[in-house]
Write a protein that binds this ligand. Structure first.
Ligand SMILES: [Fe+2]
Length: 191
């Protein structure tokens, strides 16, 4: 069987990095950019996998994320904020204890810093609504009072996230958000 050159992926031929060339790295860079759409594909897959993460809540984590994003969108939030709201608990697909940091790192190259910080610290802001059940300080958010992203983190936690465990709320499906996910993850702005 012959393989058309047009469909053969370009590959750099180095077998260890210390013998690589700039030209080979240009191939890797071009191939990586060509496959950027894979990022949105993987984000959507991870979000979908949250459907089987329930852990005792009234709704599964996919529904919770969709409902949080639905509330953000209906409040007039911009595209980055809506997608960040959708992805804020995506880390729970892998590990609950460090889930805010996983989500923030997935988002960081694609959204403005204010949005990354609101997701990174969202649990400290959520704490106002439930940390007293764990003998934890419900006012951890106060340590961020002077940060420029404080108002967004506060609105996210108080109005959209902590309210989104309602099985009866009219929540948009994942397909509704797919264009926004593809738009936000189309271009990395930083490393
Ligand atoms: Fe959440």
């Amino acid at each position: 069987m012959t393989v058309s050159p047009a469909t053969t992926p370009a590959t750099a031929s180095f077998t260890s990095m210390d013998v690589s060339t700039a030209e080979q790295w240009a191939v890797v860079g071009a191939e990586t950019a060509k496959h950027q759409g894979r990022v949105a594909d993987r984000v959507l897959l991870l979000l979908g996998s949250l459907a089987d993460v329930v852990d005792g809540f009234a709704v599964d984590q996919l529904t919770h994320c969709l409902q949080t994003a639905t509330r953000a969108e209906r409040a007039g939030a911009d595209e980055q904020v809506v997608v960040a709201s959708l992805c804020h608990d995506i880390g729970k697909a892998i590990s609950v204890p460090n889930h805010p940091r996983i989500a923030a790192e997935i988002l960081r190259p694609y959204v403005r810093d204010e949005v990354t910080q609101a997701i990174l610290y969202h649990q400290e802001f959520q704490g106002r609504h439930y940390f007293h059940h764990f003998d934890m300080d419900p006012n951890l958010r106060d340590g961020h009072r002077n940060e420029p992203w404080y108002p967004l983190a506060e609105q996210f936690a108080d109005e959209w996230d902590q309210t989104s465990f309602d099985p009866d709320y009219p929540t948009e499906p994942l397909a509704h958000f797919e264009p926004a996910v593809r738009s936000v993850f189309a271009t990395p702005h930083s490393f």
